[in-house]
Design a protein around this ligand. Structure first.
Ligand SMILES: Nc1ncnc2c1ncn2[C@@H]1O[C@H](COP(=O)(O)OP(=O)(O)OP(=O)(O)O)[C@@H](O)[C@H]1O
Length: 634
């Protein structure tokens, strides 16, 4: 069998097949893999790199606004003279206009998302050029035709197709092609003035021809194969790279099918080492309808969680459904909601314990809110780490006039007095200095205190809620925290479990945090892709809910579509502790790691050259790369 016959057979296979060598270079990429990943290896019509300039003709055909178009917004269309409030997310539309030309008005045709036709057609003329467009919903094809040249794109779920025509030179400037979102060439990016890359290999002859007139797709086609290109230049998928790396490093011979998003497309991917060679074969199965299913699944789970939570809560505490507002339906959170309501009905001192960011402050506030007699009942919150030791007494208890030099003439009201009739929340109580621990104990016992410089006590009616992320028992053992004070403040203890122990809360937390983000940042809400959700569920959340809030806020800012993808989720990496006393071994290891990374950088991640430069064997190189967790791609 010759190689042409072999390629024909591989192309006929129903799975995407990709073969990669030990340097991460693509050696084979079959037809199905091309379709699955959106990487076009077919001949392309060439054009130069550039960006939109004023006076360019722009034609956009989009079957779903907001999807696969870089998060296109109606406001972006103003750049081509279209001002509209007719267009909404999910609508199909065609927009034609001249870029940054205040004199010309663009044209817009909108089909609302529940269109009854399979074929959406629009035609117009702009400066002697005939423009025809169509969206074939059945065949999932989008066509833009300018004069006699057609630009056709297929899609799985959504597409934002675009052609730019240079009206001054009367020639094609850019057309949308597969893999556009990976190349950052979505409609929204280009309308915002971002650059696009050249297509094809533009020879001098072609360059010359390009200035003569319009390009005909038949004559200017050139090969733009991905064979012999580094995998990382063509594909975008951390998970896939990791799978290949694992096989390359001989960690495993075979990885079973796993859910992997490649170039933002959902696939089931498996990898294996080809016998007696250094080649890795990757097989991919199309899951293009999965994102929609995942979106529906996420919505269903969130709905279900809300409903069961309401049923559960209303059964136990009939008149207070959702009154506490602490999100989550794990048993731990149900118990906390129950305790909050009980605590709100008493005057006992509450001690809330739990890691940082688990919601201790939120819980304290909710106890106060549910128990307050009127809207004006004060809630005074103080973080004990924020007050310098020497100021504690005057901050908590205040002082009388003339108490000390530099004091306010009229004296000062302390936090206890401010909280009179309401709640004083002492956050990080484990940080309270020892002398203040004694004074706090006295206040709790006598319900009165002496202001600095005062001879008479001040009486107060204050409910204390304290919180800490420290283990007060060991603080007591180490004589840092007073045992008698501990028993006084922990009359009503509430412990909040860390988020990693109640992952069931993630769905509802993501939901409520997303709502908070979209409201405060005036954005539209986004769905979470399956891979992104798997990342969130698999993470150990050292920073708890506060970290989740930060991760989601960043993801909203990074995401350019209606779906938050895995690459939008940036989880904080574990902090490396830098010990003062570095051993000789760790110093050598650190130097080795630095040198390998440096040479990899210098050789553009060419593994062969790196090994030669370092003068080590291949197996030692891979062993060290594995040991120091060095990624073998850019
Ligand atoms: N169960 C929850 N439902 C909704 N929001 C929550 C929940 N838990 C925590 N949060 C949110 O997470 C953030 C951190 O919570 P909070 O400040 O109450 O934590 P904390 O335990 O007091 O942290 P620290 O110990 O660092 O003071 C806040 O924005 C809070 O609203």
């Amino acid at each position: 069998m010759n190689s042409t016959q072999f390629i024909k057979i591989i192309d006929a296979v129903d799975e995407g097949v990709l073969i990669i060598d030990e340097n991460g270079i693509i050696k084979m990429f079959n037809e199905k893999a091309r379709l699955l990943t959106g990487v076009d290896i077919k001949p392309v019509v060439p054009h130069e790199s550039g960006k939109l300039r004023s006076g360019d003709l722009v034609v956009i055909v989009d079957n779903r606004l907001g999807y696969d178009d870089g998060g296109l917004d109606v406001a972006h269309l103003e750049r081509i003279g279209i001002n509209t409030d007719e267009l909404a997310y999910d609508d199909a539309f065609v927009a034609v206009g001249i870029y940054d030309d205040p004199k010309s008005k663009g044209e817009l045709k909108v089909w609302k998302n529940k269109t009854h036709s399979d074929h959406l057609i629009f035609e117009t003329m702009v400066k002697k050029h005939k423009i025809s467009t169509s969206i074939n919903l059945k065949e999932k094809e989008v066509l833009i035709k300018i004069d006699e040249t057609s630009y056709l794109m297929n899609y799985a779920i959504a597409i934002g197709h675009m052609v730019i025509f240079d009206l001054h030179l009367d020639r094609l400037k850019f057309y949308q092609d597969r893999g556009y979102s990976v190349r950052n060439e979505t409609v929204s990016e280009l309308l915002r003035g971002m650059p696009f890359r050249a297509k094809g290999i533009i020879s001098d002859v072609t360059k010359h021809d390009m200035h003569q007139g319009p390009v005909s797709s038949d004559v200017k086609a050139q090969d733009c194969s991905v064979i012999d290109k580094p995998m990382a230049h063509v594909l975008k998928s951390e998970l896939l790279f990791k799978m290949v790396e694992q096989c390359q490093l001989d960690e495993v011979d075979k990885i079973d099918y796993t859910y992997v998003e490649i170039n933002q497309r959902p696939t089931l991917c498996g990898a294996e080492k080809l016998e007696d060679s250094k080649l890795i074969m990757v097989k991919m199965i199309d899951l293009s309808d999965a994102n929609e299913l995942i979106r529906q699944r996420n919505q269903l789970i969130a709905m279900l969680e809300k409903t069961t939570q309401q049923l559960f809560v209303s059964k136990i505490h009939k008149n207070s459904v959702g009154a506490t507002g602490i999100t989550g339906n794990s048993n731990a959170i149900q118990r906390i909601n129950f305790l909050i309501e009980k605590a709100a009905k008493t005057k006992s001192t509450v001690l809330i314990t739990g890691e940082s960011g688990t919601g201790k402050t939120l819980i304290a506030y909710k106890i106060h809110k549910l128990g307050q007699k009127s809207e004006k009942t004060p809630f005074v919150s103080v973080n004990c780490t924020a007050i310098p030791h020497q100021l504690f007494e005057s901050e908590l208890f205040g002082y009388v006039k003339g108490a000390f030099t530099g004091a306010e003439k009229s004296g000062k009201i302390g936090l206890f007095e401010m909280a009179d009739g309401g709640t004083l929340f002492l956050d990080e109580i484990g940080e309270l200095p020892q002398n203040m621990q004694v004074k706090l104990l006295q206040v709790l016992q006598s319900k009165s205190f002496y202001k600095v410089g005062a001879t008479k006590p001040t009486k107060v009616d204050v409910r204390i809620i304290a919180a800490t992320n420290k283990d007060l028992h060991s603080e007591i053992e180490n004589r840092i925290f007073r045992e008698d004070l501990y028993y006084r403040i922990s009359a009503f203890p509430i412990h909040v479990a860390p988020l990693r122990e109640r992952k069931a809360d993630l769905y509802s937390l993501i939901d409520s945090i997303s709502m908070k983000i979209t409201e405060s940042m005036e954005m539209t809400s986004k769905d979470i892709s399956g891979e992104a959700m798997a990342m969130l569920l698999g993470y150990h959340w050292p920073g708890n809910v506060r970290e989740l809030e930060n991760v989601l806020e960043l993801a909203y800012n990074l995401s350019e579509s209606k779906m938050i993808e895995a690459e939008d989720i940036i989880l904080s990496s574990p902090v490396r502790i830098n010990t003062q006393h570095q051993t000789l071994k760790s110093t050598i290891e650190e130097a080795e790691r630095k040198q390998i990374t440096k040479i990899l950088d210098e050789t553009g991640y060419d593994i062969k050259k790196t090994i030669e430069t370092l003068e080590i064997s291949r197996s030692v190189f891979y062993e060290k790369a594995k040991k120091y967790e060095i990624g073998l791609k850019k």
